[in-house]
Design a protein around this ligand. Structure first.
Ligand code: B16
Ligand code: MG
Length: 216
């Protein structure tokens, strides 16, 4: 039997739009206008690394204190934006897969760069589905580094080769592949072209394929 590892933002819930709103406001504070395609490159990237990219694109230099101030501002705004988020924002197909894993006792981990992952899963009543939650508070290196997924596999006591990762970001697909895992891309086929399977939505994964992925 294989194990499943889920990314959070963009796979379980569409928080990307809230990250975008919060980062746009931070960019505006140094007269930088964050485009949608630049925002695409922030998916799966840690908060601190995202700010460094914004500063680079905006050709702006800040000292450590100023950066910390912006990181805190960004997160406060993001937390405000997700405050009202409810179960209706769980993405299509997620609950079907999580119920399948529960019924078949398939080990499940979260592998997210977000330091807000626990809070979000709790808000959505999804914590009981996860045997392990690995998030931005547990790892040193951002995706595409495989650390977050390797730790998930270790916590699930499953070999990397027997893990299937669900990801919406190209950095996440690269992380899964370099960990030696099967990568399922959810979203833009062009962005996710290195994945083993690509879907527009998790809803497209039928029971036959789920059983194949789980090796049951
Ligand atoms: P936070 P994932 C990532 O989550 C997001 O895709 C990325 O946009 C965000 O900057 C990162 O989490 C850090 O999030 O500010 O909440 O710690 O896609 O790896 O679940
Ligand atoms: Mg993501």
């Amino acid at each position: 039997m294989n194990a499943f590892i889920f990314d959070l933002d963009g796979v379980i819930v569409d928080t990307a739009k809230y990250h975008y709103i919060a980062w746009r406001e931070i960019g505006a504070s140094f007269n930088f206008k964050l485009s949608e395609s630049q925002n695409e490159n922030l998916k799966g990237i840690s908060r601190a690394d995202s700010l460094d990219l914004l500063l680079k694109w905006g050709e702006t230099d800040l000292d450590a204190d100023q950066k910390n101030e912006l990181l805190a501002q960004k997160n406060n705004h993001y937390l405000e934006l997700i405050q009202e988020m409810g179960k209706d924002e769980i993405l299509p197909g997620v609950l079907t897969i999580l119920n399948f894993t529960q019924e078949n006792k398939i080990p499940v981990a979260l592998g997210s760069a977000s330091k807000n992952a626990q809070l979000i899963l709790k808000k959505l009543d999804l914590l009981p589905y996860f045997n392990s939650v690995v998030d931005g508070t547990h790892v040193k290196q951002s995706k595409p580094n495989p650390e977050v997924f390797l730790l998930g596999a270790q916590n699930l006591k499953t070999a990397a080769e027997s893990c299937v990762v669900f990801e919406d970001a190209s950095a996440g697909i690269a992380a899964a592949k370099s960990a030696g895992m099967t990568a399922i891309g959810v979203g833009d086929p062009e962005e996710l072209k290195d994945a083993d399977y690509i879907f527009n939505s998790l809803e497209e994964i039928n029971l036959t394929l789920l059983k194949k992925l789980a090796a049951i």
